[in-house]
Design a protein around this ligand. Structure first.
Ligand code: F6P
Length: 356
């Protein structure tokens, strides 16, 4: 048997660890692997794929990025093209190429968008197994996606560094983190880094309430504060802050709320404020040991599902087990921070404000 493996959407630390696990586990049970380049482009264009042997994946466990390349503009059902058409449907070609290449299945490693594409191809007869990937940790059906722990570790380190400069200058430091429409990275890094305010999309904030809490801290003797803002956070009654609207084949890009919160807090508290955007630094670098282990378990489980013919599924973490979920039950949904999540309550009990 021969299977294809691809990585789609934004990269996340641990992608290479999954590829390595897939290739090694497959090889050890006599399955050949073909690496498809730049997401589904490897099934659209000829010569955008290569055979992967265990030797090809030696030494990549600890590497960020993906040896296969990735793109979040490569949806074969609506591929952006530079004509008046805007997008083109290459899905027939993908199905044709899949058969021409002699593949028996494809392991699709990606976030919600890529998994949704994988599910559409499963409905077109291609045996697909998905592996959930995103630093945002917003995929339904799994408690963790690999990449999230690494992003949180990086953001926590950044918050630690901001603490010392904030304290030295008696400033309010605002740090904007990624997460799209969810506040998982902000919440975990905010708690781990000891932030004084954490603003997340699930809890629209009132800037006056944030300012009041920071002023109270000042009265109690704390001359500085740290505010962690998720890129998708927005004020009560307000809207998301975008740096780019959605257009043909491209999703909207979030950003800018950190600077707005920084300006508003400076105005309302009278204190010196500075803001920093962590951006793509959160996606770079070596995966943490947790993400390496999770990615390795995901890769091996994906091969197991291929062997047992459980297609149209996604591997998932349901601690302590790695399980299979049906793709049609997870795609098109977003796993948000629940309003009764205990970590929110814990943070509040310690005096952290969410601006609500
Ligand atoms: O989904 C991962 C993510 O890093 C989000 O947190 C962020 O909003 C987005 O991707 C950024 O995408 P791009 O790499 O296209 O700028």
């Amino acid at each position: 048997m021969r299977i294809g493996v691809l990585t789609g959407g934004g990269d996340a630390p641990g992608l290479n660890a999954v590829i390595r696990a897939v290739v090694k586990a497959a090889h050890n049970c006599g399955i050949d692997c073909v690496g498809l380049e730049d997401s589904f482009d490897g099934l659209i264009e000829p010569d955008r794929s290569r055979r992967l042997t265990p030797r090809d994946v030696t030494g990549i466990l600890r590497l960020g990025g993906t040896i296969l390349g990735t793109t979040n503009r490569g949806n074969p059902f609506a591929y952006p093209v530079a004509t008046s058409e805007g997008t083109h449907d290459y899905s027939d070609r993908v199905v044709e190429m899949f058969h021409k290449m002699g593949l028996g299945a494809v392991i699709v490693i990606g976030g919600d968008g890529t998994l949704a594409i994988g599910h559409r191809f499963f409905c077109r007869g291609i045996p697909v197994v998905g592996v959930p990937k995103t630093i945002d940790n917003d995929i339904v059906g799994t408690t963790n996606c690999f990449g999230f722990d690494t992003a949180v570790a990086f953001a926590t380190d950044a918050i630690d560094r901001l603490h010392t400069t904030a304290e030295a200058h008696h400033r309010i430091m605002v740090v904007e983190v990624m997460g799209r429409y969810t506040g998982w990275i902000a919440l975990y890094s905010g708690v781990a880094g000891g932030a004084d305010a954490i603003l997340i999309p699930e809890i629209p904030f009132e800037i006056e309430k944030v300012a009041a809490r920071l002023k109270e801290r000042e009265r109690l003797g704390a001359k500085f504060s740290i505010v962690v803002v998720a890129e998708g956070a927005f004020p009560k009654g307000g809207t998301l802050s975008l740096v780019e609207k959605a257009r043909e084949g491209r999703v909207e890009r979030l950003g800018g709320i950190g600077a707005q919160v920084c300006e508003a807090l400076g105005r309302t508290t009278g204190k010196e404020t500075r803001s920093v955007v962590l951006g793509h630094l959160q996606r770079g670098g070596a995966p943490t040991s947790f993400d390496r282990v999770l990615a390795t378990r995901f890769g091996a489980k994906a091969v197991e599902l291929v062997r047992s013919g459980e297609f149209g599924t996604m591997v998932a973490f349901a601690p302590p087990d790695i399980v299979a979920r049906r793709l049609d039950e997870v795609v098109g949904k977003t796993r948000i921070v629940p309003s009764d999540f205990d970590l929110v309550a814990t943070a509040k009990s310690l005096g952290v404000t969410f601006g609500d």
